[in-house]
Write a protein that binds this ligand. Structure first.
Ligand SMILES: *Cc1c(COP(=O)(O)O)cnc(C)c1O
Length: 389
């Protein structure tokens, strides 16, 4: 995307300043409902709620500004803004399956996608097969007569496993199967899956789009007909649309998205490089590192990489990994990512010390999110903490 076009989307698209005192920042239309002048007008609106304003569980002007920008960034026809990434996952799948249907999913998608596939959908007779989707052929082989959805997450946000989006979209189209991708890692700036033919693109907007660790939100982008179908039934039924104030927070976040990503990418590459050469580090996983196993595919699909990377440390002692994390002075230990603050999370936090197996590199994996702090401030902190390994 040309940077001229990007600036137009972020600054102007969907904004009509003449309607609100030429205010530079968009207004928060904090209303639950909208009035009609005549019964006839009301009747017409009731016939098509997706065509205008009735009630803010449906459409709202502040939310609409956001929807227009998100659709344009993802190069899709339309978008919905939701109150979490998890509800974007839910609405990308639930409307398109019925009793007896089958889903093919990437291995270990985001944890609450796994909950949906493992614990919610089986109650309705919908079953999921997980596949190592690094080869499109494996995905193809898992397709059954009743497969309705191929669910992707590329890259994965722990090991950055990547799927060939063009190849999978094309084999899915042949069989009339819906393709869905969680695009949170790349943000709409660094990867546009719809261009490769993927049908629905979702984000946890909590991460880069909000960008300040202060809002939980989600995004779902796709063709107008599919978005309208979701809106008219499951979106209004579940009532998980975003609130106007949170939509405004995302509009604010979007303005600086490219600038934040540019800085984060630069710092991340520097830290990845330093960690690769550290004697206590066995492996660094970062999709745009030339040593990454799927580097060539990453470069084909992604125009940049963000602030998440993982590294496997050399130690057989889990307490040393704990000591490393506990002794960080500036980098915070927390879930999530995408904000100003750099964060770290050791894989072993999700297991007991007894379960820790030093022969499994995954257990020795630590994920770092690089934020917007000064690079040397972060590097110094990492290096002093590495002394504890
Ligand atoms: C955080 C996250 C989600 C879930 O989003 P919420 O906004 O927390 O509901 C989904 N996918 C990925 C890759 C995430 O990192």
């Amino acid at each position: 995307m040309e940077s001229f076009e990007l600036s137009y989307i972020l600054n102007e698209l969907g904004e009509h300043r003449e309607n609100y005192f030429q205010a530079i920042a968009p207004p928060i239309v904090q209303t639950s409902n909208f009035a009609f002048a005549t019964v006839e007008e009301m009747r017409r609106r009731f016939q098509d709620e997706f065509g205008g304003y009735i009630y803010s569980r449906g459409l709202n002007p502040t939310v609409d500004m956001l929807r227009k920008k998100l659709a344009a960034l993802e190069q899709t026809e339309d978008a919905l803004a939701l109150n979490s990434g998890a509800s974007a996952i839910f609405l990308s799948v639930f409307p398109f399956v019925k009793q007896g249907d089958h889903i093919v999913s990437v291995q270990q998608p985001y944890s609450w996608a796994q909950k949906l596939f493992n614990d919610v959908l089986p109650r309705f007779g919908v079953h999921t097969t997980y596949v190592d989707a690094r080869q499109a052929e494996t995905v193809n082989a898992a397709i059954q007569e009743n497969t309705r959805i191929i669910y992707l997450e590329s890259p994965n946000s722990w090991d950055f496993a990547i799927q060939d989006l063009r190849a999978i979209a094309s084999l899915a189209k042949e069989k009339n199967i819906l393709t869905v991708i969680d695009n949170s890692y790349s943000s709409p700036c660094f990867q546009k899956p719809a261009v490769f033919g993927i049908d629905l693109v979702l984000h946890s907007a909590t991460k880069y789009i909000s960008g300040h660790s202060d809002t939980v939100a989600g995004v779902l982008c796709g063709p107008h007909a599919l978005i309208k179908q979701i809106f008219n039934l499951e979106y209004l039924t579940a009532g998980t649309g975003i609130q106007p104030f949170n939509a405004w927070m995302l509009l604010r976040g979007l303005r600086t998205l490219p600038a934040r990503l540019e800085r984060i990418e630069k710092t991340t590459r520097m830290l990845v490089d330093a960690m690769k050469h550290h004697p206590k580090v066995e492996q660094v996983l970062f999709p745009l590192d030339p040593d990454f196993p799927q580097y060539e595919l990453a470069r084909k699909q992604m125009s940049g990489a963000c602030g998440l990377f993982s590294f496997v440390v050399r130690t057989s002692d889990p307490y040393r990994i704990e000591a490393f994390c506990n002794s960080l002075k500036h980098i915070l230990m927390a879930v999530s990512w995408g904000g100003y603050e750099s964060l770290i999370i050791p894989r072993m936090a999700g297991m007991t010390i007894e379960e820790f197996n030093p022969d499994d590199p995954v257990h020795r994996m630590v994920r770092m999110y690089v934020g917007l702090e000064d690079a040397d401030y972060l590097l110094g902190d990492l290096m002093q903490a590495m002394e504890h390994l």
